[in-house]
Design a protein around this ligand. Structure first.
Ligand SMILES: *Cc1c(COP(=O)(O)O)cnc(C)c1O
Length: 217
């Protein structure tokens, strides 16, 4: 995309400028740091950026305790195993991948135990992909209701990852519609290749990795 990839601070500024051009609304840019070492992330924190995303609890545990500064928000954007719920609640500030009863129940239990409340996004499998995480669209309303009423999770919005190789717009619009009918106003959608489209379609959070840090090995 650009050879800013050698300078993540410059690349982040470029992504922010593109976001501003795509929408007037404020959008939280989550800088996705999975696979990148602490030395590569530190300059971005020093430049004042505060929202970061990781997709694995174990990798985040190894990297983030040493990087944290006040006001930093760490977002879990990858699938959570229930045996990692305690670590996830201790380390992260926002969960983007709540997608099944077992995880919802475990998160609720850990938040109570640790006296921490993490904003929760429910992941929806908008493309009905068998291998992909996320609640199926047909089950989304009931699951959202259960997360709120049964497990008392602080549900703030929905998240999706459109199928690779498909036009993402219909998925973003579909997610927005499910959120609207459930009274949710936050949408975590859009990655390096499609964050401007997502922003134009109502994203409140975009998750951008390679456009900031360069290609992952
Ligand atoms: C890796 C990842 C991203 C960022 O992907 P890029 O294409 O590098 O921007 C966003 N969301 C999720 C869930 C991811 O796992």
């Amino acid at each position: 995309m650009s050879d800013n990839s050698s300078d993540p601070v410059a690349a982040l500024a470029a992504v922010n400028a593109r976001l501003k051009a795509a929408t007037q609304r404020p959008v939280t840019l989550i800088a996705v740091t999975k696979t990148f070492a602490a030395e590569r992330i530190a300059p971005v924190i020093a430049a004042g950026h505060r929202d970061f995303g990781e997709n694995r609890v174990q990798e985040a545990e190894a990297k983030w305790p040493g990087l944290r500064v006040p006001g930093l928000r760490l977002h879990l954007i990858g699938p959570l195993q229930s045996n990692k719920a305690a670590e996830a609640v201790a380390l992260f500030d926002v969960m983007h991948t709540v997608d099944r009863p077992k995880i919802a129940e475990k998160l609720a239990e850990e938040m109570t135990k640790q006296q921490r409340r993490l904003d929760c996004f429910i992941q929806v499998n908008t493309g009905l992909e068998p291998q992909k995480a996320g609640v199926l669209p047909a089950d989304a309303d009931a699951f959202i209701k259960a997360c709120r009423d049964d497990w008392k999770l602080p549900v703030v919005g929905l998240m999706c990852i459109p199928p690779v190789g498909e036009e993402p717009s219909p998925h973003f619009a579909f997610l927005r519609e499910i959120a609207r009918r459930n009274g949710l106003d936050q949408l975590s959608m859009g990655m390096s290749d499609d964050f401007e489209i997502a922003a134009a379609l109502g994203a409140t959070h975009v998750r951008v990795g390679s456009a900031i840090f360069g290609a992952r090995r």
